[in-house]
Design a protein around this ligand. Structure first.
Ligand code: ZN
Length: 276
């Protein structure tokens, strides 16, 4: 049906987000011959430095962190067979309320229209059939994730290119199972608690999730992609599961379809349902 290969674009905030929330679909669709484009908006300078040194601590050199994370990002893309990697190069804003939010070049304080215009250029260049990004809370409230959401939705409006747009999500039912396994493994894990945690409630009830993509065959690739970001200790947290348990637990990636020109019925099990 298609005259050109189908194209998937994932828009993410930091190096490593591509692996955690879309590693499975990037690997799976690449294996199916889909052209995959990853847009990473920030340089990750607020991540951990070598030896786990945190931003603001002595010995945290943002330029060195940026270089290290760029190399990790490229290794992750190679692992996931990403066809094209594009980086917008904004400065990582750090967590909400950090002074880095307001530094020159920080993604969070870059006008949405300005960043959206740059993303729109990439959308016109690659003409993705499907775009994936975060929900309006950036899943868990990180300013750069919220900003990635905002510029993506604005760029979609500017271009009207993608037939389908999705936001990543996690079924709330998965948190309980995840907590049980972490406890079993003796890994410290604070289960998100809607009553006591400030900020947005994480994930969605199952019946609000439109799209469930089986990526279990690509679990090893996703695990390996995550492992390329070894400098970021929060990812090593997931790696403690081991490849087998990780695949078992992370074998399905879930999305909410927010824009659609195909009329494909939901729930669906393929981001490209209605396009092939
Ligand atoms: Zn992130």
């Amino acid at each position: 049906m298609a005259e050109r290969p189908l194209t998937l674009m994932a828009v993410h905030a930091h190096p490593d987000d591509e692996a955690t929330s879309t590693g499975g679909v990037l690997a799976r669709y690449a294996a199916e011959g889909v052209t995959t484009v990853l847009v990473t908006c920030t340089d990750g300078r607020c991540g951990d430095g070598p030896g786990g040194v945190k931003p603001g601590e002595a010995g945290h050199d943002p330029a060195a962190v940026v270089a290290m994370r760029q190399a990790e990002l490229e290794a992750s893309c190679a692992t996931l067979n990403v066809t094209h990697l594009e980086t917008l190069g904004y400065a990582d804003s750090g967590m909400m309320g950090w002074p880095t939010n307001d530094l020159p070049g920080a993604f969070w304080t870059t006008p949405v229209a300005e960043a959206a215009a740059r993303l729109a250029e990439l959308i016109r260049q690659y003409r993705p059939d499907v775009i994936v990004t975060y929900d309006e809370n950036g899943f868990y409230g990180h300013p750069d994730h919220i900003q990635a959401h905002r510029i993506t939705m604005a760029a979609v409006e500017l271009t009207d290119v993608p037939a389908k747009v999705y936001w990543t999500t996690v079924p709330r039912t998965a948190f309980a199972e995840f907590g049980r396994i972490m406890k079993e493994l003796g890994v410290e894990w604070a289960e998100p608690d809607a009553a006591s945690e400030p900020g947005p409630q994480l994930g969605l009830p199952d019946d609000e999730i439109s799209t469930w993509v089986d990526t279990s065959k690509y679990g090893a690739q996703k695990f390996d992609a995550l492992a390329t970001h070894a400098s970021q200790t929060e990812n090593i947290f997931f790696l403690q599961l081991g490849q087998e348990r990780f695949t078992e637990l992370m074998g399905v990636e879930t999305f909410v379809r927010v824009r659609d020109r195909t009329g494909a019925p939901t729930p669906e099990d393929d981001l490209f349902a209605g396009l092939r």
